[in-house]
Each structure stands twice: as C-alpha cells, then as structure tokens.
Design a protein. Structure first.
Length: 257
C-alpha cells in the first residue's frame, strides 16, 4: 500500500478510463495527486477518491494549453509543496469527427489530434520538467504511446498512431538529452484496445469485437486497471533504474502483429 508513499503526481486525462483508475491506485499506494481533465467530471472523480481516503485535488483544463500546465504546477506546489511524477495521459482519439485515413484525412483533422497529443507533452516539459531540474528533483515522466504506434494498425496514414509514434520517439530522445545530467526518468506506456466508459460503444460493434478477438492472443479485452497497475510500477522507486522503456500493455498483441 506504500509503493508511492511521499510522491506527488500530476495526472492528465484523469476523468475516466486508464488515468482515472491510475489516480485511484496512486492514492491507494500513498501518492498525493493533482488530477486534470477537460471534462468537468474530473472534479466528481476527485471527490470520490478523497472520500475514500486519498489525497487529491482536481483541475479542469485543456492539457494542450500552456496556461493549464502553469495552473497544474502551481496547484501541486500550493497543496503539496513539490512534484515528483508527471503522467501525460490526456489524448484525443482519431474517431468520430477526427477520423480518416490517407484518402480522407484533412489537414484540420490531422492537426486537431497532433496538436492535442503533442502540445501537452511539450508544455509538461517546459513547466514541470523545468521545475524538477531547477530544484534537483529526480522525478519521472510517464508518457502514453500506443500499440498502434508499434506495429501496423490497419491504417495507412491516421493521426492517432502518428501522434503516438512521435511521442514515443520524443520520449526516448529526452532520455538521451536530459537523464544523464539529472537522473530524471522518461518512459512510455503502450496500451492496446482498452475498455473505458468513453470507448465502450466501439466494442459493442460486433465487427470491431470480432476483429479485436482475431488479432489479440488473449481471451479478454484490456481493462483500465491492467494498464494502471503498470503505471504504478513505472512511476515507483521499484522502477528507479528503468528508463527509456516503451511498455506494451496489450495482451500479447504486439507479439503477434
């Protein structure tokens, strides 16, 4: 229950899915957290964690905007005095109005996803990472790649896997650039298809369900906790010598695709 005792974490995308479950588990393991999401429900989710005994505060904001990161850092310092962990979980998926492959994707749709998914990581570095370096904190960053960035995902040119491949490459570059002088770690989590409240409708489509079962060598769909426990490990001192890793949480999908 104390794997993250004494740690302070900022977690974006925390209103639902993987990062909401991670917020619960981080607090169970002793961390104090700042939860962020553009969805105002993050405040309700935060209140539930606090009611269960966790130490958490919520910020409603767009993680792709610099002012949100200024507020997240200020909130962490005001409430907890420091920050040790930054989880970049906020993302925009290439579904619905943002969907499209090479023959239908517009520049506007492409940048709607790229701007959200990449800008947030950059802002986290220019605020939270700068704070860690200035205060000689050996913290760690956990960014989100995706199984779709690691192997062929069925598309020729889709904005989501492109954005996740860029995040993955950029994370590994930060290891080379920043870690040697600071001891700050940078890792990626690469989930595959995961059931969340917001994606549940996808898996109710029999075509998508059948396709998923045909390409994943595991009998069940991934759940948020399957990735969230991996996040606990990567952000804990148990993983203090793990740096530059892209960890798939995919039921073996990458092995077979």
């Amino acid at each position: 229950m104390d794997r993250l005792k004494g740690k302070v974490a900022i977690i974006t995308g925390a209103a639902g899915g993987i990062c909401h479950k991670a917020s619960e588990l981080f607090c169970q393991e002793g961390a104090k957290i700042v939860m962020c999401d553009i969805d105002p429900h993050v405040e309700e989710k935060c209140a539930e964690i606090v009611a269960a005994g966790g130490q958490a505060v919520a910020v409603v904001g767009d993680a792709s905007q610099r002012e949100t990161w200024d507020k997240l850092l200020a909130t962490a310092l005001e409430n907890y005095g420091t920050v040790d962990i930054c989880v970049n979980g906020a993302a925009r998926f290439a579904v619905g109005e943002f969907a499209g492959d090479w023959d239908t994707l517009t520049v506007e749709k492409l940048h709607a996803v790229l701007d959200m998914n990449l800008d947030a990581v950059l802002h986290s570095y220019q605020t939270v990472l700068k704070y860690m370096i200035d205060n000689e904190i050996r913290g760690n960053f956990l960014n989100f790649s995706s199984s779709t960035a690691l192997s062929w995902n069925g598309s020729g040119f889709s904005s989501y896997p492109i954005s996740k491949a860029a995040i993955q490459n950029g994370t590994l570059n930060m290891v080379k650039k920043v870690s040697p002088k600071t001891g700050i770690r940078f890792n990626c989590l690469a989930p595959n298809f995961v059931w969340t409240p917001k994606t549940a409708y996808l898996y109710e489509d029999p075509r998508i369900s059948a396709w998923f079962k045909s390409v994943t060598p595991f009998p069940t769909l991934g759940m948020p906790e399957d990735s969230a426990w991996a996040m606990v490990y990567l952000c804990s001192d148990e993983a203090k010598y793990i740096n530059g890793v892209v960890l798939p949480t995919d039921g073996g999908w990458l092995t077979c695709n």
